[in-house]
Each structure stands twice: as C-alpha cells, then as structure tokens.
Design a protein around this ligand. Structure first.
Ligand code: DX5
Ligand code: ZN
Length: 217
C-alpha cells in the first residue's frame, strides 16, 4: 500500500505566529497545505480570506490544496488561481452547475476537487467523477476544526473507492475532519489517498514528528 498524501489544515494553526507554523510545515514531510476558506453562509463560521492567504502562499513551499466552503465558489476561481494554488475544491452542495464549475477550474490551470458533506451520498458523483482530480469526503460537518470523526465515513469511503476504481477515474480520495493517528490508520486501510489533519498536526507537541507518523501509518 502506498503512503498517504498528507495535507495539514491551516485552520488549526497559530494565527499570531503563522510564520513559525509554516516553517514547520515546510521542513516536514507534508505533501500539501490544506486551506479552508469559509463565508459564514454555507458554513456557520468565517476563517480567513485572500489578503491573508497571499502571505501564506508566499511563505509556504508546499502545493496549496484550497477547500472552499462558500456559496458561488465560481466567483473566486481567479483569486484562487492567483494564489498559485494547485487544487481548487468546491462543495457539491454549493454548485447548481457543477460540471461547468469543474471545467472552469481546469481551464484556469488548476486541479479540480469536489467535496461532499457527511449526508451527501457518493452516488451523486457518478456522472462527474471521471472529470475530477479529487473527491473530498467530509468526515465532520464543515466549519470547524477539532470535531469528532463521523464513523459512517468509512463506509462512504469504501463506496467511493469502488466508484472511482470502477469508472477508471484518476480522482484521489481525500478525507477531512477528525483525522488523527487512529482514524487515519482506518482510513488508509479503507482506501483513502489523502488525509487532511488540523488539530492532530498543529496542536501536537512536535508537528514535524506528527506529520511523519501520519505519513507512515
Ligand atoms: C472543517 C475543515 C477542516 C478542519 C479539519 O470544516 O474543512 O479542514 O480544519 O480540522 P480537524 O483535523 O481538527 O478536524
Ligand atoms: Zn477542509
């Protein structure tokens, strides 16, 4: 089994000392940096916006994995692209014309991801999965770090693995929410490709070591 891609979530960083946290990420085995943008409409919280992310992007040496928890995400394709992002990930629940948004993200030169909330079924991706670079299954309700992993995600992950493999899609499967060494192991065994971890990484006594452990579950 290949090692998971590790994408630490900036949401749990120390915002008074982002530079030190980003230095740790840069020298760790983290593969990407996960960036949660919220609007207080789609989710009941607001995180950070593009003026802050501009400086994060300058400092971070890892590819940016941008998770947009906002309505009308297509309005911000240019802003996400201008950060130099590798991935732009939109929620299924926010896109009436998902196919169009996915094409627009790809036309802008980024990889396209689609996220499902915990209650949104995997089967809804059947006709778009072949076009996707990543599927993100939320394992908590989006909006906050530090929540408890929803165990049903494991069944959903197996179903998603089957859909991706059956359709010959190249999409990676990412899991976000409540990921730690214990749930991370279960997820890797069930076929996850990418693990997002906020609190487990940024609240660890040694972030670099925690990322090493997640990488080698
Ligand atoms: C939640 C965000 C997550 C969050 C994960 O809405 O999408 O990326 O930062 O945090 P943890 O790993 O602490 O659950
Ligand atoms: Zn996220």
């Amino acid at each position: 089994m290949s090692k998971p891609i590790i994408s630490p979530s900036l949401l749990s960083a120390n915002f008074l000392n982002l530079e030190a946290d980003l230095d740790a990420i840069n020298r760790s085995e983290a593969d990407w940096l996960h960036i949660d943008v919220m609007d207080g409409v789609f989710v009941p919280n607001i995180s950070f916006g593009f003026p802050v992310l501009k400086y994060v992007a300058e400092k971070c040496t890892k590819p940016l994995d941008v998770h947009l928890m906002i309505v009308q995400p297509e309005k911000f394709i240019k802003e996400v692209k201008d950060l130099g992002s590798m991935m732009m990930n939109v929620h299924y629940e926010t896109c009436t014309h998902l196919h169009r948004v996915v094409q627009q993200i790809k036309d802008a030169g980024m990889k396209a991801g689609v996220t499902l909330n915990p209650a949104t079924p995997v089967a809804l991706l059947k006709d778009i999965v072949a076009d996707l670079d990543m599927v993100l299954l939320m394992s908590v309700n989006p909006g906050f770090g530090g929540q408890k992993f929803i165990p049903q995600t494991l069944n959903k992950l197996r179903e998603c693995r089957e859909l991706v493999d059956k359709t010959g899609s190249k999409a990676l499967i990412q899991i976000d929410g409540g990921v730690n060494l214990e749930t991370g192991k279960l997820l890797v065994d069930a076929g996850a490709d990418v693990l997002v971890a906020g609190n487990a990484v940024f609240k660890a006594p040694d972030m670099v070591e925690m990322i090493h452990q997640l990488k080698n579950l």
